[in-house]
Design a protein around this ligand. Structure first.
Ligand SMILES: [Cu+2]
Length: 305
């Protein structure tokens, strides 16, 4: 149920934005503003989504790679033990050094908290609760020892969207899993999700995900956090974080279309969260960002927008 799917892509076609860090995005609502200091992009949001006011980042650094940015710092307060349910606590401190207590809601929540294992084999998308003192808390279980990355994706009141990342280290004997191979199909429970389109470095590209259950297309997807799907992309090697949302005109399935822009070549792990029959599931793919020429040869899609 913690599936989340937001990863890294940002939507350009619609104005979207997320990405400043990827170098190009103008966030909705800030389009036309002059380039500012490097900021981190949070989610990209289609304007039609009604909450496309995140800040856009204009910089060279993708989201999630820094524990501190623009004066905001993510501070985990809890040590997690393998297999032990924890009340995980953390703060985000602001430029004044105090825990931030005032956030803008984005996608129905004040903060989205993503925890992945560094080998990208596990993924959780959680929604912590904010205390009056600015301390966030959320039940968290990390089943296995190892290295994890936690991402806090939020918009401080009056500020720009940020995704801060911090390592969580869980003691114990640990065997990293091999990266999942590139694939255009992912299975979760009785569902299969197919991926069309390619990630193209530095360019907005269209990704279409089709959801079927027991080989039948699903046409009654439910909105989850305001959208029919949430896609998170993490770059292999450093877990740069991208969060993409569906393009305008979304229907309840079977297809969900995103525009994503990745900052470089290489492999990305994509996590799609979707809700059907009252349950949120996550489908995960490994995709390789390819050059425009390769992409056209492989599927003929137009990757320019
Ligand atoms: Cu969330």
């Amino acid at each position: 149920m913690n599936a989340a799917t937001k990863l890294g892509v940002y939507v350009l076609g619609l104005a979207v934005v997320f990405g400043g860090a990827l170098g190009a995005g103008n966030a909705v609502g800030t389009a036309g503003s002059a380039p500012g200091p490097a900021r981190q992009p949070a989610h990209a949001t289609p304007a039609a989504d009604g909450h496309g006011d995140h800040g856009t980042a204009k910089g060279d650094t993708p989201g999630g790679l820094q524990v501190s940015e623009n004066g905001y710092t993510l501070s985990p307060l809890t040590t997690v033990e393998a297999g032990e349910p924890a009340d995980f606590r953390f703060t985000v401190t602001g430029p004044d050094g105090r825990p931030v207590t005032d956030y803008q809601v984005q996608h129905d929540k004040k903060l989205h908290f993503i925890v992945v294992s560094r080998d990208l084999a596990s993924f959780q998308h959680l929604h912590p609760v904010l205390g009056a003192d600015g301390v966030w808390s959320v039940p968290l279980t990390l089943k296995e020892p190892g290295a994890y990355r936690a991402f806090a994706d939020f918009v401080p009141a009056g500020g720009s969207g940020l995704t801060l990342g911090a390592d969580l280290l869980v003691a114990g004997k640990y065997a990293p899993r091999a990266p999942a191979p590139v694939s255009r199909a992912a299975t979760v429970d009785d569902y299969t999700v197919y991926l069309r389109g390619d990630l193209v470095p530095g360019q907005a590209s269209k990704l279409t995900l089709s959801v079927s259950k027991d080989d039948r297309p699903v046409t009654d997807l439910q909105r989850y956090l305001g959208a029919y799907g949430h896609l998170v992309a993490l770059r292999g090697g450093d877990l740069a974080y991208l969060h993409v949302h569906p393009e305008d005109g979304a229907t309840a399935g079977p297809e969900i279309t995103f525009h994503a822009q990745v900052p470089s070549g290489g492999e990305y792990r994509l996590f799609l969260d979707f809700q059907h029959e009252g349950k949120v599931r996550t489908a995960a793919f490994t995709a390789r960002a390819v050059s425009v020429r390769q992409a056209i040869q492989s599927d003929g899609h137009d990757h320019t927008h």
